[in-house]
Design a protein. Structure first.
Ligand code: FES
Ligand SMILES: [Fe+2]
Length: 421
């Protein structure tokens, strides 16, 4: 690892169009800047409204390294507040989820409502009327927004709206939600968490890397038939594409390589699928239904921390410069509960601790991190496919499935936010 330096950090120098510097993954000062500029001043995904359906429901989450609470107040509104007592800073709520009317701090009993307002303090006379409860709430996120149930927040002040942050990438979230006959996904199975020994950025980079499949996942492809097998072998025969949707939001689209509907689901012939197709067709008509079940769910990053991983949703939690936690949960489709059992089994098989895909990826990101401790070579290459990118009619950069268009898009947004450009 590089020696700690006192030089000011130039993100323009470290993040170039076709290469990035290794210190982005190893320098604690850069990690601290990221927590401030991306995870405090920027929009991040917090959770999904289906996790807190009833008034009083709450979940606790990190935003970057800060603990927060996402709760549904009695009026149905979703609030996001820091999980930090206004008295002496204790984490107020230690439960992962639950239902409550108030949050009581375990240290001296200050009590807050579901929007973070301070309701009362024990033995108040000692404050002699000078404690202004209005200024002692749990700090609320400066902005909270929701798109089709996906809740995002920006803890610090910002002039950017959620609409501006998401831009046209709402189309990726639409692609997921519109697979449900009721137009909603549900993240109700609970989250599996894997700790991994790598910088947080390596997880979204790996998620959106179409180049590694035939190498990192070869053991899977040799033992099981999956829809991904077709993305290995001769480069010219691989038909999927990558897209850069702007603002750091990027996608691998496998569907150009599919031969028929439901390849993403693994089966097209069952009573369950038949009922599902009928429900979608009743809403969308035959042509749109056929397109949806052919294309399947998105494989996309919503910058910086939400991965729409086909039938799983994943979140990266930065812990320290060389440590992260990967969260995932199956994406259930509202209106077709009979799908859920299969989706849960698929999620276990692909993403669980004894699964085929995710352990491969977390092992390789750990090795990626170890390699970056070398001081002889300082740069990571990011140029693959630059010469063959093109811009489509919607203004998105598109290229071959194995090209680094996605990670160049990630780093364009990263550089913009880190430099304040
Ligand atoms: S730190 Fe919370 S009540 Fe004292
Ligand atoms: Fe992978």
């Amino acid at each position: 690892m590089s020696e700690p330096s006192t030089e000011p950090i130039s993100y323009d120098a470290l993040v170039q169009d076709e290469r990035v510097h290794a210190s982005l993954y190893t320098d604690p000062r850069i990690f601290a800047d990221e927590m401030d500029r991306l995870f405090f001043r920027g929009w991040v995904f917090i959770g999904h409204e289906s996790e807190i359906p009833l008034p009083g429901d709450f979940v606790t989450r990190p935003i970057g390294t800060q603990p927060v609470i996402m709760a549904r107040a009695m009026d149905g509104q979703v609030s996001v507040m820091v999980n930090r007592c206004a008295h002496r800073g204790t984490m107020v709520c230690s439960e992962a989820r639950g239902n409550t009317r108030t949050f009581a701090c375990p240290y001296h009993g200050w009590t807050y409502d579901l929007t973070g307002e301070l309701l009362g303090v024990p033995y108040p006379t000692a404050y002699d009327g000078r404690l202004d409860k209005k200024t002692k709430s749990l700090g609320c996120a400066a902005r909270v927004g929701s798109y089709r149930g996906f809740v995002f927040a920006c803890l610090g002040p910002t002039s950017v709206t959620l609409e501006q942050h998401l831009g046209v990438a709402t189309g990726l979230i639409d692609r997921a939600c519109d697979l449900s006959p009721e137009g909603e996904v549900q993240l109700t199975a609970g989250w599996v968490k894997h700790r991994c020994s790598s910088n947080w950025k390596m997880l979204p980079e790996n998620d959106l890397d179409g180049y590694h499949l035939g190498f990192v996942h070869m053991a899977l492809f040799k033992s099981v038939r999956t829809q991904y097998n077709r993305f290995t072998g001769d480069e010219k025969s691989v038909k999927g594409v990558v897209r850069d949707w702007g603002n750091g939001h990027t996608e691998i689209d496998w569907s150009p390589a599919y031969d028929g509907p439901f390849e993403w689901f693994g089966t097209a012939a069952s009573d369950v699928v038949g009922r599902y197709v009928a429900a979608l067709q009743a809403r969308d008509g035959a042509a749109v239904m056929a397109r949806r079940v052919f294309e399947g769910p998105p494989h996309a990053l919503i910058f910086p921390n939400l991965f729409l991983g086909e039938m799983n949703i994943a979140v990266v939690e930065p812990v320290a410069v060389e440590e992260s936690v990967h969260w995932h949960t199956p994406m259930f489709l509202k209106g077709v509960p009979e799908f859920d059992r299969r989706l849960l089994r698929q999620s276990e098989a692909a993403m669980g601790p004894a699964s085929f895909l995710l352990p491969d990826d977390l092992t390789i990101t750990g090795r990626n991190q170890i390699g970056l401790h070398s001081r002889r070579t300082e740069w990571l290459e990011l140029s693959r496919g630059v010469h063959r990118e093109h811009v489509d009619a919607e203004g998105r950069r598109v290229s071959h499935l194995t090209d680094e268009t996605t990670n160049r898009g990630f780093y364009r947004q990263y550089r913009k936010l880190m430099t304040g450009a």
